[in-house]
Write a new protein. Sequence first.
Length: 252
Amino acid sequence: MKQEPLISIVTPVYNASDFIEKTVDSVLSQTFTDFEYILVNDQSTDNSLSILEDYAEVDDRIKVITLEENSGAAVARNTGLEAARGRYIAFIDSDDVWHREKLANQINFMQDNDYEFTYTDFALISEDGAVLKERTGIPANIDYDGLLKNTTIACSTVMIDRTNIGDFRMPLVRKGQDTATWLMLMREHNLTAYGLQEVLNYYRQVAGSISSNKVDALKRTWNTYYRLEKLPLPKAIYYFVHYVWNAVRRRL
């Protein structure tokens, strides 16, 4: 019987042909190799699927799943989570790039310290790969209260140990499901997330992407606080003001 991989990596893919090869190459070039890579095609209308299928033909660690209809990143990630067999879960978006030591350094960080939930620092890059900001700067750790004030955890930097947390799914919202997931896990399991102070992810800022729209970011954060986390209005306002202030500080 084939041994289950230690890490399962999940990527939602929708019309990502401009960048997906760089993303996949960065995963396949990892120095840590005990992983499976699940790419969920969300009914792309470009040639993303054919690119993924070409990779799957030459590397049996890659599994490509195609959704029956376009459903959004939350459904795509949840489909990947349902198929995941690894003890650890990692995510990478279809336009981001990992440092080749990302998995090795992060898994050592988790196992050496018995951490269940970790994230790393990351750099910002342009569409053509030029470095816009060498590092973002992350806290050494953050809990539920801290994350409400400062949504500092980038999805492509996260690694989660499912040993005690168990299986989990992301909330079915079109936007902001990653932060909503971290909050849910922290609240339900009384978790603290720990930050590895190394730049191991390169976050691509793509014009027109969901995450690039600042007004949308404000709306989805408020929705997370008030609708998903169901914070009382005064608390939601309190944390939202802190979130806005920290978001502004990061860009100064």
